[in-house]
Ligand binder design. Structure first.
Ligand SMILES: [Zn+2]
Length: 244
């Protein structure tokens, strides 16, 4: 195991273009439940009951109550050590970009600037009818309405069955292809097209470091697999980097 950490730290040290690809696992230790692993949010609710456009149209108030509950939890959630180390590496020029599947904005809270949010952002809302988009300044008490057309506003996140913003997806793939080292943290790798990003990077020659307590769909393509929680592994890597 120790050898694997050294291999990973050396790759990071030598990287010309290090990119991080993150999923729910990096936020799990902040108290944000992951969607899949055990105790995931979706074990209490079926995804098709909440995170689809159809479910929203059928019962927007219910879906909004669920999002408001999530936002309440998130409001006071602090980024993890792993989020902080990624932000620190960006500041030092070691890391170029974070590509995240998370909508919780914890990377930005930790100080990351160059973040590509594949699945949107829970603090933004958009009108289901016109193009009106805005950032929430405070928690809504109930379903927000569009101040331009009066229609229902929805969270600006990508729901099941919805396509990702093609421009954002392209940007993420471009960053992935530019990377010579990619550090993949806490993702099952089974949500597509996002899951293709590390695999594509690998086929283009990138060195893949995976951090995940459980093996994932990424593990078979990982050059180094660190079976550990994000913060524990990142702290180890950070310490090793300073000693190389
Ligand atoms: Zn509107």
């Amino acid at each position: 195991m120790e050898e694997e950490y050294i291999k990973a730290a050396k790759a990071i040290k030598q990287a010309d273009y290090l990119v991080a690809f993150t999923g729910a696992g990096i936020s799990a230790e902040c108290g944000i439940p992951t969607f899949r692993g055990k105790d995931g949010l979706w074990t209490k609710f079926k995804p098709e009951e909440i995170a689809t456009y159809q479910a929203f149209i059928r019962n927007p108030e219910f879906v909004w109550q669920w999002y408001i509950m999530r936002m309440e939890k998130l409001k006071d959630t602090k980024p993890s050590e792993a989020h902080k180390i990624l932000a620190e590496w960006e500041k030092k020029g070691i890391l170029k970009t974070v590509i995240t599947q998370n909508v919780d904005e914890l990377h930005q809270k930790a100080g990351s600037k160059n973040v590509i949010e594949l699945h949107g952002n829970i603090w933004r809302i958009k009108c289901i009818y016109c193009d009106n988009k805005k950032r929430l300044k405070k928690l809504p008490k109930s379903m927000p309405r569009c101040d331009k057309c009066g229609n229902i506003m929805r969270p600006d996140v990508v729901w099941f069955g919805e396509a990702l913003d093609p421009l954002i997806l392209q940007l993420a793939f471009d960053e992935g292809l530019k990377s010579d080292v990619m550090i993949v943290i806490g993702t099952s790798g089974v949500v597509y097209p996002a899951g293709h990003i590390p695999v594509r990077a690998k086929t283009m020659g990138a060195f893949i470091i995976e951090i995940n307590p459980e093996e994932s769909a990424i593990t078979p393509v990982a050059d180094v697999y660190l079976a550990e929680k994000a913060s524990v592994a990142m702290k180890k890597l950070k310490n090793l980097l300073s000693s190389l």
